[in-house]
Design a protein around this ligand. Sequence first.
Ligand code: ATP
Ligand code: MG
Length: 559
Amino acid sequence: MAHSPEQDSTDFIREIIANDLNEGVHETTVTRFPPEPNGYLHIGHAFSICLNFGLAEENKSTGGRCHLRFDDTNPSKEDIEYVESIKSDVQWLGFDWNEHLYFASNYFSFFYDCARHLISEGKAYVDLQDSETIRAQKGSITEPGVDSPYRNTSAEENLALFEKMKQGDFEEGKAVLRAKIDMTADNLNLRDPLIYRVMHSEHHQAGSEWCIYPLYDFAHPLEDAKEGITHSLCSLEFEIRRPLYNWVVENCPVASTPKQYEFARLNLNYTVLSKRKLKELVDDSLVNGWDDPRLMTLSGMRRRGYTPSAVKNYCKNIGVTKFVSLRDMAVLDFELRQDLNKTVDRKMAVLDPLKVVITNLPADHFEELQCVDNPEDENSSTRSVPLTQEIYIERDDFMETPPNKKYKRLAPGKYVRLRGGYIIGYQSHETDTEGNITQINVEYIPDTIGQNPPEGIKCKAAIHWVSATHHVEAEIRLYDRLFNEPEPDKVEGGYRACINPESLKVIKNAKLEYSLKDAPPAYACQFERIGYFISDNQDHTNDTPVFNRTIGLKDSWGK
Ligand code: ATP
Ligand code: MG
């Protein structure tokens, strides 16, 4: 039985690769991740990155490798900003292309030579008709196509016309190069597809050297062949174009024979994953840039506090298939909580503060309580948390009239434990002229740190708290899903009609425990009883702390 070397589970792609190695079709496995630098990468791209770079890692023993290749053959939509962001996203996921960084724009002469080769062989021709006419002649699934009047121009004439295209003698849309395949083919992609067009655009890598650019279906197989890619993995939409991919490889002077394999792309609910739509959200200021923590772009997810291992585990666990499905965001969130639960420290933070005065402590009381950083870790370190006479607790951890006997937090006649500290008991509370509670007075019970309450006192819960005099004031950004509907694209009026108005709530003066006073940017922790948070990687400083909510402790959407 074929099996891939260093991966426990298998899938149809890994089986193909293992077979190719076993049967000597290839000596090693070379894959590529080929983004077009026309936007930021999203979670769908992460799936493709994990697959391609993952295969290279699993096949390291035979020299397996994965190329990062910028498929930058369309200068009109591409930008160097995107090149840089894509590189850092791949690195963030923990993958390394080593010396295998390529730009399709470096192959422009090669594409050009291949095109000339096709022309010389009578397998390509320049068509001077307008695009509408060419489209009309293409026919349909029920009707064969009609030959272009340029289809039988001689190779010499075509070479001359192609040269003129290259020299800039044609305006955009006035001349195209077409592969001469079969105008009656059942597969419309084979009805003399366009392979080169005129574009008078400056290229972000190649400058103004070229004014003709190859189309994807022509360039991509050539890029793969040039780099010696063995398995060219793409999403299912490209299945119908595979015959054209093979035609290009067979008919151009290339040294290797890459093969294309298709898998089902990752679709996720409650989000949009198309670069075009993500760009609209950014350009129309519906979000704050490509790295807005509500976007499922990798830079947004990083800023939000997703971890590379959660993303990688998620991609691995859903596996590679040929079946298109809509994946549940809750599964990704589950991976994230699992990872953060194990790895990040606990801190206390009060988001909606209510003052509590411990009346039997002196005004200048200062005591350093020791709190465990991560209870999930047997060997966890501890930190000291200052206890002072005045503290803050969460407003909703006190109720003047609890709804029922099950209520365990602070209320008249009740006791509660301060996390990591003493048990306190209610004495009285104060209100302002409108009846809002402004302060609770309590007494603490000595010798109750880490101890059961004395006889006669019931204490069923521990609440988080922060010193009112020794803490950090912070801005908290409470992020939630950007869309209210699982399939934003299918909503009447489009995804704009279901943007979640609650997807960002900002709290200005939250109180964080003192140990966060020198937290660096992108510092992740759990605010006990609230959720996982991370200091913002753009706006956070120790003078102006800003923390983003990564995710709550429990799924609140799975109803
Ligand atoms: P989008 O449709 O979001 O604009 P794209 O496919 O146009 O993305 P490319 O830059 O061409 O973006 O993609 C680079 C690689 O990432 C391709 O091999 C593509 O198949 C893969 N990819 C893109 N989106 C997904 C997805 N949702 N699931 C899996 N792979 C994807
Ligand atoms: Mg694309």
